[in-house]
Design a protein around this ligand. Structure first.
Ligand code: SDX
Length: 379
């Protein structure tokens, strides 16, 4: 019998088409609906990029104005969701809070099982508008602080930072945040997006697919890496400690969070853009020690293992400088990636093809219960 061609982790396996984004490791590039992500980060608001992912085209001024007005009017945290968040113990991880909050939002939506594109688009926009308040409130309640209501006079990034910290953000900080939201938004069939597509392929609802994607993103091999990067920085402490710390970590065969990628093997296309944003924050907050630690760990690990940073490496320290709690980092990833996830959910729903791979059996040979006699033979 020929051995089956097992592709562990589906590594290198192309399972379907997508028109949402193109990840090209050969050219180290990432296109959202054909636009290089670097150009989008340099010129667009996150609102405009969300529109692009969902509609396939950048919005006209009139389309963007209508889209933004709708999002700004829907930012308030629903009372039932706030109550649900308050029920989640502070010992729970913020990703568990988000999973719960989105699940309740879905359970409360009378249109939850209307899988039409129009209905899914409306749900996608609601989650896009509501997630910032969920994330901001959860961080504030953990600090013993009250909920801050959204402001309709602020753009997405400014409002997110306002609801979290109660201050109008400096333009440098708001811009860096906007860049991070655009870079995190979409990345083809990554684990959480593919999870969302699998759930959608059974004709389950959009909320179920997003809750599943949140579960997948939580893991430190995926979205949880940005939080894990900060834990590593806290462990190392300063640039001087990088070398001995790496000696120990590599001897223990530890995964160094924020490095490596299943698709990119010579660097993550998004890193230079996020690193440039981090550099503006390092200047703004006067954080040369953090910058030295960042640079030393990168150069030492790349020279020793030839494994390059991924987007989570510059994002973690960036969110740290902005003042977010380390456990809030991956929820920020959710607030951004919900745009990519829902674009893929709508694409998968339109294709209507159940995702169900095969497995090769390597358990015990067929065997039977002693003394069992099938009914027919027993007569
Ligand atoms: C994201 O898919 C996406 O697009 C994801 C994402 C997105 O936008 O959705 O880009 C976001 O998830 C980025 C990745 C964040 N994760 C981390 O930073 C966690 C640390 N990285 C590793 O766990 C690893 O690099 C993976 C999981 C990301 C990718 O692993 P692969 O492609 O499966 O490669 P591998 O684990 O088989 O590693 C190959 C070799 C191994 O050594 P050997 O066992 O062959 O000796 O490289 C080593 C690995 O041990 N290696 C690492 C390493 N990454 C790979 N060793 C130490 N530290 C690392 N970070």
């Amino acid at each position: 019998m020929t051995e089956p061609d097992i592709k562990k982790g589906l590594a290198g396996v192309t399972v379907d088409y997508t028109a949402v984004s193109k990840v090209n490791p050969e050219t180290n590039s990432l296109l959202y609906r054909g636009y290089p992500v670097q150009e989008l980060a340099a010129t667009q608001s996150f609102e405009a990029v969300a529109y692009l992912l969902w509609y396939g085209e950048l919005p006209t001024d009139a389309q963007l104005a209508a889209f933004v007005a709708e999002e700004r009017a829907d930012r308030t945290l629903d009372e039932n969701v706030k109550q649900a968040i308050d029920l989640v113990p502070l010992t729970a991880h913020p990703m568990d809070v988000l999973r719960t909050a989105v699940s309740l939002a879905g359970a409360s939506d009378p249109a939850a099982f209307d899988n039409s594109r129009e209905s899914d688009l409306a749900k996608s926009k609601r989650l896009f508008a509501k997630l910032p308040a969920m994330v901001a409130y959860d961080q504030r309640r953990r600090r013993g602080q009250e909920l801050i209501d959204p402001r309709e006079d602020l753009d997405y990034s400014q409002n997110f930072l306002w609801m979290t910290f109660g201050e109008i953000p400096d333009p440098v900080v708001a811009h860096a945040f906007n860049v991070s939201m655009i870079l995190y938004a979409e990345h083809s069939f990554n684990a959480s997006t593919f999870t969302a597509r699998v759930i959608t392929s059974t004709i389950a609802d959009l909320y179920s697919a997003v809750v599943g994607a949140i579960g997948a993103l939580k893991g430190p091999l995926h979205g949880g890496a940005n939080e894990a990067v900060m834990h590593i920085f806290d462990e190392i402490g300063s640039a001087e400690n990088v070398s001995p710390w790496l000696d120990t970590a590599l001897a223990e065969k530890r995964k160094i969070m924020g490095f490596g990628h299943r698709v990119y093997k010579h660097g993550d296309s998004r890193v230079p853009t996020m690193k440039a944003a981090l550099d503006t924050l390092v200047d703004h907050y006067d954080a040369p020690d953090l910058a030295a630690l960042y640079d030393t760990l990168e150069s030492e690990f790349v020279s020793r293992k030839g494994i390059y940073p991924n987007l989570d490496y510059p994002s973690g320290p960036s969110y740290n400088l902005m003042g977010f709690d380390t456990q809030t980092f991956t929820p920020l990833f959710v607030a951004s990636r919900v745009t990519g996830w829902t674009a893929h959910i709508m694409e998968q729903a339109a294709s209507n093809a159940l995702i169900r791979p095969l497995s090769a059996y390597n358990g015990p040979d067929e065997r039977h219960i002693p003394g069992y006699v099938p009914d027919a033979e027993a007569e």
